[in-house]
Design a protein around this ligand. Structure first.
Ligand SMILES: *[C@@H]1O[C@H](CO)[C@@H](O)[C@H](O)[C@H]1NC(C)=O
Length: 451
């Protein structure tokens, strides 16, 4: 596995145009080519045209995304936003056919769902679950390299086998999203695309603004104009509770003290959701996920890289709060989260607007999806030691004040009542499944595990 994360300065959608140098391509032929004046002229013309082409690519956004309308007042942000829209190719009758097939509903009264972030951890599991029960599912993802993209490609391959096509694109790409809504009348959008991670925000703040704010607004703009308007379920985060110390966290608690830019952009998303619900009658449900883990998980999360480092014999940092205070997380197993997501989709009411106009009040909800049983991070490590049969080299460290909070604990009674949400997997059981997947996926010649 590649070392991660990539702490570069490009936003979530890498604007790095990986181009071959034209001179290199012709390298072998250069000697022969240089033998006649005409060949010489042709050769240098090619170089010149190549350079013009490169300049063009760098200075203008891709044609499919030229309609990016987010001229944010801070030029810096709009610049990075534009630069980071990678050129994705899409369109054509074959492409449309794949889109239509993937989104085709097979069960009576099934949904047609656009899943953004479909090659992500939660996105893959939710897409697979929807497809299994006969809903139409179209995936959407930019496959950025915030963490090892080959893991995303492996998840994509898995979804492809179950009939889910993932469109490659950026949620900031207005033209592409508009096109998808022209091809398919989505009944629901499951919006899971986001820039995740708490500490990475210090390396690449623009990426959080780009995906979690600008991208979300772009998606909502498309949804509000769509006819019919879809109902939207989207991923908020338990991190919105920030410095709140009252536990368990319930949806009515204050969320105006975020401890990281990530949390702030998710909180902003909740306010933006309120606006689109209020103005356009969009049905919106936000889900505050609590430390989701499991097979096909995210390599930037502690349980994942602890596993990797314990196996390598590398020491792992375990945070403790002031006065040796315990740092604990309400770890929530992926299958429980998937049930919560499906419950949210199933209970989502229709949006009430049409053609960009509100016709009546619409549903607006926010739910905690946690496990209601916080586990100290040191216990997590002990469980991993037992499962891996390797002793961990623990390195106790003070919890840095750059985003991570000491404790998370969800009150899930609201989700229980409204969504029938009831987590059933404890950390020991869930980690056992994760470790089994991990060892199989990363064994030499592996990478063929199933969900
Ligand atoms: C959990 O939240 C509900 C509201 O959804 C509230 O009535 C209840 O008192 C909360 N429980 C605790 C233990 O805070």
């Amino acid at each position: 596995m590649k070392e991660m994360p990539h702490l570069d300065n490009t936003p979530s959608t890498p604007g790095k145009f990986k181009m071959e140098k034209p001179a290199y391509i012709h390298h072998h032929h250069r000697l022969r080519w240089h033998s006649t004046p005409l060949a010489k002229l042709t050769f240098w013309s090619c170089i010149f045209l190549g350079l013009i082409f490169m300049f063009f690519l760098r200075s203008s956004p891709s044609s499919s995304s030229s309609s990016t309308t987010f001229s944010s007042s801070t030029a810096g942000i709009s610049d990075t936003t534009r630069r980071s829209l990678r050129t994705f190719s899409w369109g054509g009758p074959l492409w449309e056919k794949r889109v239509r097939n993937s989104a085709r509903v097979r069960a009576p009264n099934g949904f047609s769902v656009l899943v953004t972030g479909a090659s992500g951890f939660v996105g893959t599991h939710v897409s697979a679950a929807l497809k299994r029960r006969g809903d139409g599912v179209l995936g959407f993802d930019n496959f950025n390299d915030y963490y090892d993209p080959s893991l995303k490609r492996a998840r994509q391959a898995l979804l492809e086998r179950s009939g889910v096509f993932i469109v490659e694109g950026d949620i900031n790409d207005e033209a592409l999203l508009k096109k998808l809504f022209e091809v398919v009348a989505f009944t629901h959008v499951m919006h899971l695309a986001a820039q995740a991670g708490v500490r990475y925000a210090m390396q690449n703040p623009g990426s959080y603004v780009h995906s979690n704010i600008a991208g979300f607004v772009n998606l909502l703009e498309i949804c509000k104009s769509a006819n019919p308007q879809p109902a939207i379920v989207w991923a908020s985060s338990s991190s919105v509770y920030g410095l709140n110390t009252k536990v368990p966290f319930s949806e009515k608690d204050r969320t105006d003290q975020p401890a990281s830019l990530y949390a702030a952009t998710k909180k902003a998303g909740e306010e933006i959701a309120h606006t689109y619900n209020h103005i356009y009658g969009l049905s919106l449900t936000g889900l505050r996920f609590f430390t989701v883990y499991g097979p096909w998980g995210r390599p930037d999360m502690a349980y994942f890289f602890f596993t990797k480092d314990i196996l390598k014999g590398k020491s792992i940092p375990i945070f403790e709060a002031a006065n040796h205070g315990t740092v604990a997380r309400d770890f929530t197993y992926i299958d429980d989260i998937v049930k919560g997501c499906l419950g949210a989709l199933d209970t989502a009411e229709k949006s009430t607007g049409s053609g960009g106009k509100k016709r009546g009040p619409a549903q607006l909800r926010v739910f905690n999806l946690g496990n209601t049983s916080p586990v100290p991070v040191s216990d997590l490590v002990s469980i991993l030691e037992r499962l891996l049969k390797v002793k961990a080299k623990r390195m106790m460290m003070k919890l840095p004040r750059n985003g991570d909070v000491q404790y998370t604990h969800a009150n899930i009674s609201y989700a229980q009542r409204e969504l029938g949400y009831k987590p059933t997997t404890d950390l020991q059981t869930g980690l056992k499944k994760f470790v089994r997947w991990y060892l199989n996926y990363y064994k030499p010649g592996g990478k063929k595990s199933d969900v």
